[in-house]
Design a protein around this ligand. Structure first.
Ligand SMILES: [Zn+2]
Ligand SMILES: [Zn+2]
Length: 347
């Protein structure tokens, strides 16, 4: 085939069909909206639109197709109804706790064992997560719609640093304010392919990518662009599947964001658009227990604390108060106390 410097129409289309940049690692960059359009061009709309026809229309079509009377249809409906398959008594799956019969004991043991098993479905996200496990565990997996804005994804990402409460409260442990960092520090950005997508929805938002961009200007980096997170939908983006991108919030809390799949909605996906971005997986984090009782999740962290075995030291609320205050709530000794939010809060 003769080489040509101009792209033919077909070649242009192929630009947006994902191909590997590095085999089994990540794809080359492609335009998500254009990739979707390529699919829609070749697929019959029946294959990807899951809107159900109105029941009345379905009824009329059925009557015509079968050549029956409307009365017969009603009769068929009641005979074939799913309700007619239900037994009239409730069958709970719970084995009674009062176990005299050996059969029940066995059933109970099997039931307890079953509950310890984790579901093992291997879709592409899971496969990816399992591969990643050698290095790092994906903390959270979300399904997001192409039509959604980057800010919708931002709002769905759970991170404890959004929940921190700033301040030292050893003198006023009952007066920890309800404001969390998310209410105070709303700036954030995604960094995709040389562009910083900043959140600018609120007046207090700042461009926190500025420092980085200024730093790169004094080095030999290409010029980075900025755009608004809330004005950019996923359809607008050119992305690489499998490539590590960056999400930064709370100044310097950084998260790796990886797009693991881009596809049309399936029949067995959640079809309620309002529920997206949809969290499909959240990795359970080990909770940090109180260093005294080793039982409850920590609520306080102290420093310069003569009562504590370590510095800093974690306490549950009960142990913290028992060790550091008398009956009347007076502070005992010198220490600094900060509210602690456990990473396992989202478990
Ligand atoms: Zn974070
Ligand atoms: Zn405790």
């Amino acid at each position: 085939m003769a080489e040509s410097s101009t792209l033919t129409c077909e070649e242009k289309q192929h630009e947006n069909v994902p191909v590997y940049e590095f085999i089994d690692v990540n794809s080359k960059e492609f335009h998500i909206g254009a990739f979707r359009d390529l699919w829609l061009d070749v697929l019959n709309p029946e294959v990807y639109s899951y809107g159900e026809p109105a029941p009345e229309i379905e009824d009329v079509e059925f009557i015509e197709e079968m050549g029956i009377e409307p009365k017969t249809l009603e009769e068929l409906k009641s005979i074939c109804s799913v309700d007619s398959l239900r037994s009239r008594h409730e069958d709970t799956d719970n084995v009674p706790s009062d176990l005299h019969l050996s059969t029940l004991k066995l059933r109970k043991r099997r039931q307890d064992y079953k509950e310890t098993l984790t579901r093992d479905t291997a879709d592409r996200h899971e496969v990816y997560a399992n591969e990643m496990f050698k290095f790092v565990r994906a903390y959270q997996t979300l399904h997001v719609l192409g039509s959604q804005k980057l800010s919708d994804l931002r709002d769905a990402i759970c991170c404890v640093s959004d929940l921190q409460v700033f301040g030292e409260f050893s003198n006023t442990p009952d007066m920890v304010p309800q404001f969390i960092s998310k209410d105070h520090y709303k700036s954030a950005f995604f960094f995709f392919n040389g562009t910083f997508f900043n959140d600018t929805r609120f007046p207090e938002c700042q461009d926190i990518s500025k420092t980085t961009r200024e730093w790169t200007r004094t080095r030999d980096f290409p010029e980075f662009k900025t755009a608004k997170m809330e004005d950019t939908s996923f359809y607008d983006l050119k992305m690489k599947v499998g490539f590590p991108y960056l999400y930064t919030h709370q100044g310097d809390c950084e998260h790796v964001v990886i797009l693991t799949d881009v596809r049309l909605v399936h029949q067995d996906d959640c079809l309620d658009m309002k529920l997206y971005p949809l969290i499909t997986h959240k990795h359970r984090v080990v909770t940090r227990k109180c260093s005294v009782c080793h039982l409850y999740i920590s609520r306080w962290i102290t420093t310069s604390d003569a009562f504590a075995p370590t510095d800093p030291c974690l306490f549950c609320d009960q142990c913290f108060r028992m060790f550091h205050y008398d009956d009347k709530g007076n502070k005992l000794g010198d220490f600094l106390a900060y509210a602690y939010v456990d990473p396992g809060t989202f478990n």
